[in-house]
Design a protein around this ligand. Sequence first.
Ligand SMILES: N[C@@H](CCC(=O)N[C@@H](CS)C(=O)NCC(=O)O)C(=O)O
Length: 250
Amino acid sequence: MYSLIFTQSSKKLAKTLCSPVRQQFRFFTSFEIKETPKLKLHSYWRSSCSQRVRIALNLKGLEYEYKAVNLLKGEQFTPEFEKLNPLKYVPVLEDGDVVVADSFAILLYLEDKYPEHPLLPRDLQKKALNIQAASVVTSSIQPLQNLAVLNYIEEKISSDEKLVWVQRHLNKGFAALEKLLKSSVGRYATGDDIGLADVFLAPQIAAGITRFQIDMSHYPTLARLHGVYTEHPAFQAAHPDKQPDAPSSS
Ligand SMILES: N[C@@H](CCC(=O)N[C@@H](CS)C(=O)NCC(=O)O)C(=O)O
């Protein structure tokens, strides 16, 4: 796989060139053409954790092969998948011989390995805020709405209780995020550049609205950010409905 650093249009142009011409293109333009092994992302269309990684890959302009794991059919429990992630969750990223599971670990790996379009600002306070917001989503919201947890509540109590449970935890997390971001918010969560916080917030806010009927009038900052994310191509391409394993009616 070839990718060009610098502009997306240069990248598209280079891909249309046959190999010897590519060499000349590199010589005459001084653009750097990187040969990188194709990344593979094990993902499920509706998984918010997978969506985070899809957003970051898109923002960084990294091509990847989509490996669908059907969570409803239990494909995360197969012995082959367990070798990739002993916890039996998506997402998992394969980068050549390197295998990284857990969206937070994957995003930090991508940040180090592919620094183009950095998601963690140099400013230490802003960087810490990005990590804190990401951590609120990944530690204090999403695990409480995970498929296994919801199935358990539905089975042991009722499906009504399942919604009450999720809404309680989403509202607690959203209220905290709303306060946390108040002083930093710009066009995006921590200023005018897209950061790690946005990559975690976008799928979580969308899930709150579309799957769990959260009343967003209590969270004006998050509601506005949701609108901003839905307009951005990198976020749009990572949307569950756009994934190859999304059901055609979704
Ligand atoms: N902390 C992990 C959580 C991963 C996770 O919970 N993945 C969900 C989908 S978002 C999953 O694979 N669930 C399958 C199951 O519950 O069996 C991460 O951020 O990657």
